[in-house]
Design a protein around this ligand. Sequence first.
Ligand SMILES: C[S@@+](CC[C@H](N)C(=O)[O-])C[C@H]1O[C@@H](n2cnc3c(N)ncnc32)[C@H](O)[C@@H]1O
Length: 351
Amino acid sequence: MADPVSQFATRIAYGARQLPRVAWYVGHGMVMRRLSQAVRERAGASTRPRAHTRAPVPDRRRLYADMAVLFRQDLANVEAGIYPLPADHDGTLPLVLNRSRLFFEDLPDVHRRRENRQFRQVMTEDTRRKRPDYYLQNFHFQSGGWLTEDSAQRYDTQVEVLFNGSANATRRQALLPLHEVFAGRDQRRLRLLDVGCGTGRFLDAFKQAWPRLPALGVDLSEAYVAEAKRHLRRWCWINVMVANGEALPVKDESQDAVTSMFMFHELPPKVRRVVFHEFARVLKSGGRALSAELSRALLQELPQGGLPQHRRRLRPRSYPRRERFRLQSDGFRQAMTAMRARRLNTAAPCP
Ligand SMILES: C[S@@+](CC[C@H](N)C(=O)[O-])C[C@H]1O[C@@H](n2cnc3c(N)ncnc32)[C@H](O)[C@@H]1O
């Protein structure tokens, strides 16, 4: 147990890092909603059908209460020594401002795409030959899908705005179950694989806790892998490469943990099963698979409605029963754990 002075100092330092961050991204969300309201008023009634759900939709107060729980847990993890005081590594002020500019400049295009229901703009003769069809979407109507450098530059701002500045804190919650597997072991002898690593934000948090544990990130996007390499260059014993989660470029039973943050909801059910099988193939016995996903509640809170065709598919059967059964038969037990923030689903090996 830390002495009261250092505990106080940790809490102040934690608040000083996280509160301005939350304010920054909540502010972006507020401005974004104002802008889209103004555009809607100017354009008159929209012809697009409103997104509809029968599930209860949490209000903003509930969302902020869940965020408070999440941040309290994050701080508790720090105080328990699970990971050090987190650094979000958002970059220098000019970089942060530039990303903010990219985010706002893109909003009119996102709006147009949403109104015209265009989410296949990245599917061309050329891209079709290189990537699976399900991958070639403008997810959440974003520009460039996963394929462009601009998209990779905008992504972290978009996600943090969506999460009101809590995306990194959400990712960090996966470090807690990893701690259960790794604690007391020689980190240099362990291996972690992050599938759909995007711009590398989870790997960054992971390396802060286990700097000498060799880690590999894979993602299907060349642009996102390039951004992840740039973001992660402060770390050793880390590699990031372009690869498909359906055919992981590692040997059978070679990994102590396989993680995946916010990827599965984008995969069609058939593909999810293939990826789960790959997880099972590459995990060592006793290893652990972890997947953090958007909660239903958060999904319904997606600013400006989310991607409707995508929502319909995801909402009722995030992990269909059949799939859960397959998971069990493959040696996984899926535990929809009791994170109050309800953002983390974990799949752990059967005892
Ligand atoms: C919503 S992003 C999540 C990125 C990152 N994990 C994070 O925490 O922000 C989904 C990522 O999954 C990647 N992805 C989607 N399908 C994939 C597949 N079959 N194999 C590898 N990566 C994939 C995309 O390129 C994208 O970077």
